[in-house]
Design a protein around this ligand. Structure first.
Ligand code: GDP
Ligand code: MG
Length: 196
């Protein structure tokens, strides 16, 4: 999708897409196995209120236009965090190019929850002074009997992170639409407050 030759250096990287709607790069990060690709696949797949087909721009990049609050937004979703073939640079790249981040952990895996905190710190370091929209995502909420991280802990962590929080289940497609709509809203909130 680099055919549009977007500059990753651009600090103001909310760019208008060809259709004229706003276009946001959203990056999935988090421990291996927490469900990032499963969430990306739902984003890419058939989805109730999403009105257009998804374009797959390479094996781990998806583009889709969503209607959120009566306004369309094009989301480019990057799921390349675990792509080790490309080497460590891909993670540094991910840390730089996102307009917004979904930091995913599994509610059944405390280590992945702790990893999420590390990633928050890394992101803050990589993007100092920028107020980047982030949602902390506790995935696998369907696995109630294997829960290791409570909803209250997730919520409290998001307060410390200064970000939003949601629990999702990619397996039963719970809150996944809300997640992607939520991140669009978070980007818009910052955009709107900049304009004032
Ligand atoms: P990734 O490594 O973060 O991309 O994680 P994947 O999307 O590959 O998922 C890892 C494993 O967890 C797979 O076996 C998925 O089927 C499973 N998984 C992902 N999301 C959920 C979920 O919400 N609930 C349950 N029960 N399993 C999930
Ligand atoms: Mg994956």
């Amino acid at each position: 999708y680099y055919r549009r030759s977007w500059s990753s250096e651009s600090s103001d990287s909310v760019i208008s897409s060809e259709s004229g709607s706003s276009c946001y790069r959203v990056v999935l990060i988090g421990e291996h196995g927490v469900g990032k690709s499963s969430l990306a696949n739902i984003f890419a797949g058939v989805h109730d209120s999403i009105d257009s087909d998804c374009e797959v721009l390479g094996e781990d990049t998806y583009e889709r236009t969503l209607m959120v609050d009566g306004e369309s937004a094009t989301v480019i979703l990057l799921d390349m965090w675990d792509n080790k073939r490309e080497g460590e640079w891909i993670r540094e790249h991910c840390m730089q190019v996102g307009d917004a981040y979904l930091i995913v952990y599994s509610i059944t895996d405390r280590a992945s929850f702790e990893k999420a905190s590390e990633l928050r710190i890394q992101l803050r370091r990589a993007r100092q002074k920028e107020d980047i929209p982030i949602i902390l995502v506790g995935n696998k909420s369907d696995l109630v009997r294997c829960r290791e991280v409570s909803v209250a802990e997730g919520r409290a962590c998001a307060v410390v992170f200064d970000c939003k929080f949601i629990e999702t289940s990619a397996a039963v497609q719970h809150n996944v639409k809300e997640l992607f709509e939520g991140i669009v809203r978070q980007v818009r909130l910052r955009r709107d407050s900049k304009e004032k």
